[in-house]
Design a protein around this ligand. Sequence first.
Ligand SMILES: Nc1ncnc2c1ncn2[C@@H]1O[C@H](COP(=O)(O)OP(=O)(O)O)[C@@H](O)[C@H]1O
Ligand SMILES: [Mg+2]
Length: 354
Amino acid sequence: MVEVKLQNIVKTFGETVALKGINLEIKHGELFTLLGPSGCGKTTTLRIIAGLEYPDTGKIYFGDEEVTYLPSHQKGAVLVFQNYALWPHMSVSDNIAYGLKIKKLPKDEVMRKVQWALELVKLKGFENRYPTQLSGGQQQRVAIARALVVEPKVLLLDEPLSNLDAKLRLEMRSEIRRIQRELGITVIYVTHDQEEAMAISDRIAVMNVGTVEQIGTPKDIYESPRTEFVASFMGKTNVVPAKIVERDGNHVAVEFENFHLDGLTYTGEGDRVVLVIRPERIRLKPGKNTVSLLGTVDLVEYYGFFIEVIGLFGETRLIARTISDKEVESLRPTKEVTFYIDRDDIIVLPKQQL
Ligand SMILES: Nc1ncnc2c1ncn2[C@@H]1O[C@H](COP(=O)(O)OP(=O)(O)O)[C@@H](O)[C@H]1O
Ligand SMILES: [Mg+2]
C-alpha cells in the first residue's frame, strides 16, 4: 500500500532550482529517509509534502487522493521542525494539547490523548514544566508528542537529532524507531548523516542537488551504489579513478596508475570509470578470486575494534580495514604491503561528470 507518492515534483526559488523532478513512493508504515548533503533539497521536499510550500509542477498523492494543493492543516502530514518550535510560554501538556484544542475536541478527550502521548515519549511527570526547563532531548520528545497526538497519516521529521549531543543522538534515534514501530505510522525522516540513515531506515533515497540518485534499503545502497556520488556519500570508502582498457560484454579490464586489473564487471558506458572498494573488503591475505596491489604502508591507525591500514599505490591512497591485530603486526610506514581485493568486491561505476 503506497501511502505517499511524489510525481515529478519541481520547485524553484527565483534562480535556484531546488527540486528537479522528484519521484518517490513511500509505503504505509515505512520509515523512509531522505539523505543528502546540505542544500540538496531535503527540507523543501518535506515542506511540500506537509503543504507548507507548493511545487511549481508535479503531483502529490496520499493513498489514492491527490493532495498537492491542500493546505497543511487539511493534509494529515505533520512536520517536526529542526529547532522543535515549541511555544515557550506554554507548559509541556499545553504544547502537546495545542493541536487538539484547535480541533475543539472535548476537554476529557484532550486530557486522555495528551496522557497517551506523554507516555509514548516517556515524559510522564513533566506535564507542568516549560520548554526552558527541559533538556534538548526532552524538548525533542515534546515536539514529537505534539505531532503524534493529532494522529497524522504521515510524520515528517527534519534532521530531528542535529541539535543533540552524540550520546543523546543515539538514544533518540532508537526512541524514534521504537515509537514508529509501536504505532505502525509512516515516517519520512531527513538527515545528512549516512550512518544515522543506515541505522534507522527501512529505505533511503539519496539526494544530490535537487535529484534522487538512488532509492533502496540501507544494505542495497551501501553494497550496491549505482553512482559515484552515492558510493562516496555512504561512509568512508575508496573511490579510484580508472580507465577501461579491454571490454568483452560486461567483462572489463581497467588500469589505474601502473596497475592492470582484469576480470571485473561493468554494465555502464564509456571508458572513464571509478572503482569503488569498501575498506572492510580489502584484505591483507590472498584469496581465490583476488587481485593484488603492491604498495607501501603510509599509516596504521588503531580504532579499537578495528584497525585501518592506509596504503600508497603510486599516488593513490587506499584504506583497508581489518579486525585482526595479527595481520598488521609487521606493518610499518614506508614498508611494502600488498592489498588483496576480491574481484566481486570492486564496483565499477561511470565517472561522474562535474
Ligand atoms: N525560501 C527559499 N528561498 C530561496 N531559496 C531557497 C529557499 N528554500 C530553499 N532554498 C534553496 O533551495 C535549495 C534546497 O534547500 P533545502 O531544501 O533547504 O536543502 P536541505 O534541506 O537539503 O539542506 C538550496 O539551494 C536552498 O538555498
Ligand atoms: Mg534542511
